[in-house]
Design a protein around this ligand. Structure first.
Ligand code: PLP
Length: 404
């Protein structure tokens, strides 16, 4: 069992007030708050071990290099990857997907080849493929969903053709909360010899992830959504696949040798980490992963599941409530609209009551089109949220409803 009150003390921002009201932070799918240990890691990194890494012979540089590589091993263990070479530090999910989209398309695709994505993808798993579509003439095929917000697996199977070169899907929807049957999705692709990229941005903060068990070729996530700093994220890739792909960016760190006649690229993981890496961010991300591991990913999933059940029950009782996403397997995200109240008005008024939610299309406009709405209000929960906060939230939503 998690001790929520003591956990909340690790997050100083949670005791803030906004407009004279205690802050209720329900925008965790956008970004999570940071525990003291992560902020202290950043501070102590700059105060005590700051030097550019990998190329230095001096003490500080060697220490900073070791800290960065130790962070890589922490990520490796967290994801249960086979080797630290399979962990590439990037700026986040978006950059990780752009990297794969660019390098995979260059190495493995030609005009007419196809990538399968789903209707519930975040823009960051749509637009990079569209950029490649414009460059190389590849096409996107889209897995539809049912009324509950679950992907249609029969339709998915029917999308494969001999031109299918990759499947790129999210593990958990940032709008609907749907936890997709990702193992089955990967197995279906593998049965046809097609590799898979999984967007784990909304999964890694909320559940145990084992990339060997999952067996996807690529897995990506962002540090800031898992209680780590902004500006750092991860691309996991099976070593044989990362070896096959060309570099994404050129520059320092990623080379073996450079002359004006010929440049040879470095080994993994450095081949994909051009320029000075965010070595302070990587160590702070590792600290965040240690923090959630101490709490226990299974305990986090169980508690957040309880919060979701409670919030669904409380909000479901409000007149005119429409909840988007009723999947049997669902993460702690609640998207809704009440009557004809515009999502933006609801968000603004909740804000005045101290409650931070997100409104709009949540970077998933194709999904909004599929649902026939312009936007929703989204409350997304973390292990530091409480049922008392949900009570206040439900009362606030009801109050706004009455105002209209
Ligand atoms: N994928 C999903 C499912 C997301 O929810 C998000 C962010 O909301 C992203 C990708 C993009 O993450 P980032 O902006 O950290 O790169």
């Amino acid at each position: 069992m998690l001790d929520i009150q003591s956990i909340r003390e690790d997050f100083p921002i949670l005791s803030h007030t906004v407009y004279g009201k205690p802050l209720i932070y329900f925008d965790n799918a956008a970004t999570t708050q940071k525990p003291r240990c992560v902020v202290e890691k950043i501070e102590s990194g700059y105060y005590n071990v700051n030097a550019n890494i990998h190329r230095g012979v001096h003490f500080l540089s060697l220490e900073a290099t070791e800290a960065h590589e130790e962070a890589r091993r922490t990520v490796q263990q967290f994801l249960n990857a086979r080797s630290a070479n399979e962990i590439i530090f990037t700026r986040g999910t978006t950059e990780s997907i752009n990297l794969v989209a660019s390098s995979f398309t260059d190495a493995c695709m030609s005009a007419g080849d196809e990538v399968i994505v789903s209707v519930m993808e975040h823009h960051s798993n749509i637009v990079p493929w569209q950029i490649q579509a414009a460059r190389k003439g590849i096409t996107l095929k889209v897995i539809p969903m049912n009324a509950r917000g679950e992907l249609e697996l029969d339709a998915y199977r029917a999308l494969f053709s001999e031109r299918t070169k990759l499947v790129a899907v999210t593990q958990v929807s940032n709008v609907l909360g749907t936890i997709n049957p990702i193992t089955e999705i990967v197995e279906e692709a593998h049965r046809r010899g097609v590799p898979v990229l999984v967007d784990g941005a909304q999964a890694v903060p909320h559940m145990r992830v084992d990339v060997q068990e999952l067996d996807a070729e690529f897995y990506v996530f962002s540090g800031h959504k898992v209680y780590g700093p902004t500006g750092i994220g991860v691309l996991y890739g099976k070593e044989e696949w990362l070896d096959r792909l060309p570099p994404y960016q050129g520059g320092g760190e990623m080379i073996a040798s450079v002359s004006f006649e010929k440049t040879t690229f470095g080994e993994l993981p450095f081949k994909f980490e051009a320029g000075t890496p965010d070595y302070i961010g990587s160590t702070a991300l590792a600290e965040a992963l240690r923090y959630v591991s101490r709490l226990g990913m299974d305990e986090i999933a169980a508690y957040e599941g309880e919060l979701l059940r409670y919030a669904t029950e409380r909000l479901g009782a409000i007149e005119g409530m429409r909840i988007f996403g009723q999947a049997a397997e669902k993460g702690a995200v609640l998207s809704f609209l009440v009557g004809h109240i515009h999502h933006y008005d609801m968000g603004m008024l909740l804000d005045r009551l101290g409650i931070a939610v997100r409104t709009g299309h949540h970077c998933a406009q194709p999904l909004m089109q599929a649902m026939g709405v312009e936007g929703t209000v989204r409350a997304s929960f973390s292990f530091y949220n409480t049922k008392e906060e949900i009570d206040t939230f439900a009362e606030a939503v009801e109050r706004v409803r009455k105002m209209f």
